[in-house]
Design a protein around this ligand. Sequence first.
Ligand code: NAP
Length: 343
Amino acid sequence: MKREHEAVGETVEEKTIHDHELIIVGAGPAGLCAALYAGRSEMDAVMIEAGFPGGQLLLTELVDDYPGLENVGGMELAQKMADHAKKFGVEPTRGHVQKVRREEDGHFLVEVEGGTVYRAPAVVYTAGGTPRPLDVPGEKEYMGRGVSYCAICDGAFFKGEDITVIGGGDSAVEEGEFLTRYGSSVTLIHRRDELRAQAVLQHRFLKNEKTEVVWDTVVEEILGDGENVTGLALRNVKTDERSELSTTGVFIFVGFTPNVAVVDFHVEHDSAGYIVTDRDMRTDVPGFFVAGDVRSQLIRQITTAVGDATTAVFAAEKYLQDLEEGHGAGAEAPAEARETQAV
Ligand code: NAP
């Protein structure tokens, strides 16, 4: 389906507006997959991304749970996905999205830093999430000086040192295992007596002789000498016992915050801020589709992101067809059909 919406370069209020059929916000796995399917459907789509394409893949050393690709580097997979989308005509357009607005006529305006505005009747929003901070004293002060949220980026700085990982989910356990190649020890601090991570990741982490888990314990403060991290002040939540742990590298993996701040209109979200969709990735805002980590769902995987994105593009295409045929209102998700999966 090719519609007559080429980028027009129209200037309104001193801003250049580029018209498209579909705007894809973000170029992680969900965005790249949306671009692939939009390209294959010959839609006039633009994909906007602030950084390099790949999203969380760029922070993942090895992906071993993508069907058919047993051991592929995160960056390699990101590049393959970007090349694949490009082959069908949709490449990432660099832009730091500042606002996503909705006009009275139902069109969306995506404003990027520098004044460029993209306009389209449909958006597939795949902006993902940002690592959640632990919110304890010392965290901000020692960020980049011992505190990190990315093992691949910073692990090598802690070669032969005692590393600590905070959290009990897939990220903490997987990244913790990765960090054993650098640290002389990797201690995982978890606030409960049971990990949330998938069993296969837990086993891999726990069987590594460099790893140790401190259960039922929270970090109260990240300690340092004014220059770098030197340790952690800990509290056992069951006994209330306080202790200090000597460490130079603190890797925090306590979840993500969905990137929704730029969305300038009301869209239904769950209690954690993730956007609620129906099974076809429709939100309660007609024309606004959501895929990947920013969506309210049970689990966030590369596979779920690409699945979401595939559905979102076909739903968006259907929405645009309905609009053309004058059935625009039919695109809104019926409330009873929406799966509200609070996380
Ligand atoms: P997550 O699943 O939300 O886990 C966050 C962990 O941090 C939980 O164990 C949580 O403890 C703990 N936590 C949260 N707030 C804390 C606080 N203030 N103090 C101490 N601990 C705190 O986040 P994630 O591990 O980043 O994973 C995010 C999503 O990506 C998940 O859906 C995950 O499956 C997916 N993912 C998948 C893979 C993979 O398949 N290879 C890899 C990475 C991520 P509680 O358990 O007590 O709540």
